[in-house]
Design a protein around this ligand. Sequence first.
Ligand code: ATR
Length: 291
Amino acid sequence: MTLIHSIDRYAVLGHPIHHSLSPVIHAAFAAQTGQHLSYEALDIAPAELSATLSRLPREGYRGVNITVPHKEAAWAFARQHGKLSDRAALAGAINTIAWDDAGLLGDNTDGQGLINDLQQRHGLQLRGQRVLLLGAGGATRGVVLPLLAANPAALIIANRTAAKAEMLAQLFSSKSETTAIYGCGLDALSADTNRHGAFDLVINATSASLNGAAIDLPPGTLTAHGFAYDMMYGKVLTPFLDAQKTAGVLHLADGLGMLVEQAAVAFALWRGVTPETQPVYRALRERLARH
Ligand code: ATR
């Protein structure tokens, strides 16, 4: 029997997934733009991912978001069974899939979401700035290309394990003619700022905040007007932002805005209409404060 679905279906796939705010965000976008669709959270064990991605388009799904721990495995699936956008190909991880008559497209909207949050919500201009990106895992890989496209003067990837940062910088080194990009260990940051000057922006893309751990940056890592950003978010300041506040940094932001912005880029890819993010961001911030 063929099931006919009267509305387009979307979902976020993760494991676990109960904490996901994506259903709330996409329901708000759909209501705001008058789009008729459904969006669910599906808890999919890693062993079930491939079978699920093969099955969903037959069940009326037009797209999914992909979250922890599936971003890399979904990238491999998309590469094998469909196409990857340029930004997703280099990222090695995807957070969005769209199905249409042409087949499957894997995309990564995290980096554009970060840029939109930094530039539009927080009013930062990245052009000509010195940017420090902490971490060398999947979260970092997903945002390097869009960061380079914003033309900072320098993008330094610093990681606890220096070799991983160096490898990542090397991978992206040919992707910009205007931005100096290199990798180093967290322990080499002091020497770097002494030599090249302080940073205008530091972005924490490590998973340290997940474990309640802060990252100690040497004094003077940021300029007096520098901005500290954590891709993680929560009800209270993340350990990273808390440490930066204690160190006297005045401009701080967590990743809630990035979450909403990456969702908006995915929604636009699926529906061809870009939702307004600010009301949804405000509602989520209030919701976080209450829970
Ligand atoms: P993700 O996909 O979220 O980026 P990942 O690929 O496991 O996750 O990468 C986690 C990143 O956080 C790594 O860069 C890791 O540093 P190492 O490469 O040295 O392991 C970094 N990280 C995790 N906990 C950290 C901590 N307590 N201090 C500093 N860096 C940390």
